[in-house]
Design a protein around this ligand. Structure first.
Ligand SMILES: *Cc1c(COP(=O)(O)O)cnc(C)c1O
Length: 404
């Protein structure tokens, strides 16, 4: 069951909201946050049932969640793990990727993508992105070396990368594809689930389209890989104390799985609302000078994990100024991500990181700004976001925050 429309701030059914605070008392307009989960009494009931069952781990809820996740993603095999990061690590291990292997990925991503590659001992080579913020297949082709074993596209902001082209490239060069779909539950590319094209990893972290606090899922169309994923997740054991390979403990708890199953039931509604919110933002922001709204290529279904605009040099205000003006108007905007993945002191001169030539990613990372698009927003909230952006970038003399 999905609770009533977003912005139901006074909906008594939604008792498990992450944060009901509406800013300082006496202030008329509440703060519009960059992300808020859609949670209801069903999650509460599901967790309580687990607690009362006395079985908190390795029980039936994880299997139920996996089956529901697989069904929601085109009937690939789904293996639940403890986070989106351990999903990446488990997937890489299941495909036998480790020391001596090189993986090509995008520099515009969350740090987990790179950290997972470092954790399994693989080398990372970065290739440039396209105007939709995604790994550019032509740049990947140019980055392939004799040591390349895999390509790791990231379906950033909820928009799938060009999987048909990346798959063709991988087949031509005998490479594995593991997609980081942490932000893309339910997304489609070339008419198929992002779980159909290759092994893919998802996150159930608190800010993702669906969440169970912390959690992850690996999907794969390959039954043999699915078997390895299950073994690696559980110390390499099929039967108790019988180790078939070295593994670890990447298990999800029954409480998390129970929440995850309820969230999966909400996924269509969540993604529908996000798409409607994105459409309203795009219409409202049309014609703003120096602002490029995100597009949805014809063969892909965007699930709008983030609504990310680009601010070009002809914009009336710089990015920091826009963030500040939005903050004054009670709107939280955020940069995903302020630096490219390799651009941190701890990774500089790392022997297993090849920066590559990524001028477009460098330019775009200085321009991106994400605006609230989450499922709890009302049309009034979205219009406040639009007005605040327009006041800053269109009309002369941006106004400070509204008076109470
Ligand atoms: C969130 C995220 C991850 C990591 O997921 P966790 O569940 O936080 O470990 C990996 N990659 C991307 C692109 C993400 O957005």
């Amino acid at each position: 069951m999905v609770p009533p429309a977003a912005g139901a701030d006074h909906d008594p059914a939604e008792t498990v909201r992450a944060d009901v605070s509406t800013g300082p008392p006496g202030r008329k307009e509440h703060r519009i946050r960059i992300s808020e989960p859609l949670l209801g009494v069903e999650e509460e009931t599901a967790v309580l049932a687990v607690l009362r069952s006395g079985r908190l781990t390795s029980g039936p809820r994880v299997e139920e969640f996996e089956q529901a996740f697989a069904a929601a993603h085109g009937f690939a095999h789904a293996v639940a793990v403890s986070s989106g990061t351990t999903a990446l690590v488990t997937a890489l291990r299941a495909h036998g990727i480790g020391p001596g292997d090189e993986v090509i990925t995008t520099p515009l991503t969350f740090g987990a993508t790179l950290n997972a590659l470092l954790e399994v001992g693989a080398a990372t080579r970065f290739a440039d992105i396209d105007d939709d913020f995604l790994l550019d297949p032509a740049a990947v082709a140019a980055a392939i070396t004799p040591r390349t074993r895999a390509i790791m596209p990231v379906h950033l902001y909820g928009l799938p990368a060009d999987m048909p082209e990346i798959t063709r490239l991988a087949e031509r060069h005998g490479l594995t594809v593991i997609a980081d779909a942490a932000q893309a539950h339910g997304a489609l590319v070339a008419g198929q689930s992002v779980a159909a094209a290759s092994t893919a990893t998802f996150s159930m972290y608190g800010s993702k389209n669906i969440t169970c606090g912390e959690g992850g899922v690996v999907t794969t169309p390959d039954a043999r890989i699915a078997d390895r994923l299950r073994l690696i997740r559980n110390h390499g054991m099929r039967n108790r104390y019988e180790h078939l390979m070295a593994g670890s403990n990447y298990r999800l708890t029954e409480m998390q799985a129970a929440i995850g199953s309820v969230q999966l039931g909400r996924l269509p509604e969540i993604n529908r609302r996000r798409a409607a919110h994105a459409a309203r933002l795009t219409t409202g922001l049309e014609g703003v000078p120096g602002l490029i709204t995100p597009r949805q290529p014809a063969d892909r279904l965007h699930v709008w994990h983030q609504y990310t605009v680009r601010l070009t040099d002809d914009a009336r205000a710089g990015r920091d100024e826009v963030i500040e003006a939005l903050d004054q108007a009670g709107v939280e905007a955020r940069v995903f991500y302020p630096r490219l993945a390799f651009d941190h002191d701890c990774y500089r001169d790392h022997p297993r990181i090849a920066r590559g030539d990524t001028p477009r990613a460098e330019l775009i990372s200085r321009q991106v700004l994400s605006l609230p698009v989450h499922p709890r927003l009302t049309d009034t909230d979205l219009d406040r976001v639009i007005d605040a952006v327009r006041r800053t970038l269109v009309s002369p003399g941006p106004e400070p925050h509204p008076k109470p």
